[in-house]
Design a protein around this ligand. Structure first.
Ligand code: ADP
Length: 387
């Protein structure tokens, strides 16, 4: 039910990470009451959202208590047990994305089965229970083979590039309880992401398609719009994402990670996320409507905002915790990073740990080469790797 003081709707987000923190930021301007279910009071979003509730998203009673009084419940991650989501919906809670859509981001095998049956392009894949199944797969598709865990992976964890039978033995030789599948190693030119938002009424809107750059499975940089992507391919990537959102009945944001591959099948779907996504952080400064504001509009069934660019190009660089001796002393380096007046800094209020996503930098302008260099320089300063 709406907040009695303001008459504005209450949006509850399960999970108190940086995505919730930035969604909260967008909710402020819209006047929306934002509530967050966090693990601990120090969580990134809990530090800033006045209505933060500490609880366990794996516990149905905690979820139900959190949802009470929310007009809509949505997520900052996809780990809430599906059965709990179903029970919330049965109890009359509006949950977006709903239990019909969520399985496809909770289980990579279900996602591939479903997308494949709908005719969307996914790499060749097969469940592999043992080493000989990997060898059989390699006999058809060649080495290397990409092995993935069906669930629980993120930022490249749960993804292994296996180059030989010996590699496969190391991974699958001993029982682990993990369901693995093999996937064809796609010789992609680069990685793209298409982000769209969809409302419960079925309205949808796409953001400009971006190029994502990963290092060791972690997104380190996003360039928007994707440089030198033909208008035709950009349109096809947007239509792909809009089509998936519609067919899977996604409400809120959907990010589709795409491999740009050969001319025969130029766009291959790698991964889906049904929430704000790292590939959309650039929109805070580079788009008329940010992905976070768009997600709020979408789950409330409000009109979606304009997604056009505010500058010819925007580069987003992730700030991952550094490893050097100066890494922990982030605060003292912020002024130097801001000495470039175009740098837009977004810090998440997280302690510095090596490789941990603790913030990002956006910079908008004309020349992508220059923007990339300046974003990288700001991040190097913040990591303690540059003076
Ligand atoms: P996560 O869900 O952990 O982010 P992804 O499935 O997105 O894992 O894989 C992480 C990265 O591994 C991708 O961004 C890509 O660079 C690489 N990768 C994943 N699948 C393949 C594949 N089939 N072929 C080639 N590279 C892949």
């Amino acid at each position: 039910m709406p907040n009695p003081l303001t008459s504005m709707p209450v949006v509850g987000m399960v999970g108190g990470g940086q995505l919730a923190r930035m969604t909260h930021q967008a909710s402020i301007a819209l006047g929306v009451h934002f509530r967050v279910l966090c693990d601990i009071p120090d969580d990134s979003a809990a530090q800033v959202a006045a209505d933060s509730v500490v609880g366990d998203f794996r516990n149905f009673d905690d979820l139900e208590a959190f949802a009470r009084g929310c007009d809509v419940v949505t997520f900052d991650h996809e780990h809430v047990p599906l059965r709990h989501v179903e029970k919330l919906v049965e109890a009359g809670v509006r949950v977006y994305p709903g239990p019909q859509a969520l399985p496809y981001v909770q289980d990579k095998i279900r996602m591939r089965e479903r997308l494949g049956s709908l005719g969307f392009p996914v790499p060749a894949w097969a469940i592999v229970e043992n080493v000989s199944a990997v060898e059989e797969f390699a006999a058809s598709y060649g080495w290397p083979v990409v092995i993935k865990a069906a669930s629980g992976g993120y930022d490249g964890k749960g993804v292994w590039v296996v180059r030989s039978k010996a590699d496969a033995e190391r991974l699958l030789g001993a029982p682990s309880g993990i369901t693995f599948f093999a996937e064809q190693h796609v010789p992609f030119r680069r990685e793209l992401a298409a982000l769209v938002a969809r409302t419960p009424s079925g309205a949808s809107r796409a953001f400009p398609v971006v190029e994502t750059v990963q290092d060791d499975g972690i997104c380190v940089e996003v360039v928007a719009p994707a440089p030198a992507l033909s208008a035709e391919l950009a349109r096809r990537a947007q239509e792909l994402a809009l089509g998936i959102a519609e067919k899977l009945d996604v409400v809120g944001l959907l990010a589709v990670e795409i491999f740009e591959a050969d001319a025969e099948t130029p766009l291959v779907v790698n991964e889906l996320a049904m929430r704000p996504h790292n590939s959309g952080h650039w929109t805070i400064d580079g788009c008329r409507t940010s992905q976070f504001g768009q997600h709020i509009r979408a789950v409330l069934d409000w009109p979606l905002g304009d997604t056009s660019l505010v500058a010819p190009a925007t580069v987003m660089a992730n700030l991952l915790g550094g490893t050097g001796p100066r890494a922990a002393d982030l605060g003292s380096r912020v002024p130097l990073a801001l000495s470039d007046p175009d740098v837009r800094l977004h810090l998440y209020g997280k302690g510095v740990r090596p490789g941990r996503k603790i913030g990002h930098v956006n910079i908008s302008g004309d020349g992508v080469t220059d923007l990339r260099a300046r974003a990288r320089r700001a991040v190097d300063i913040l990591r303690g790797d540059a003076q």
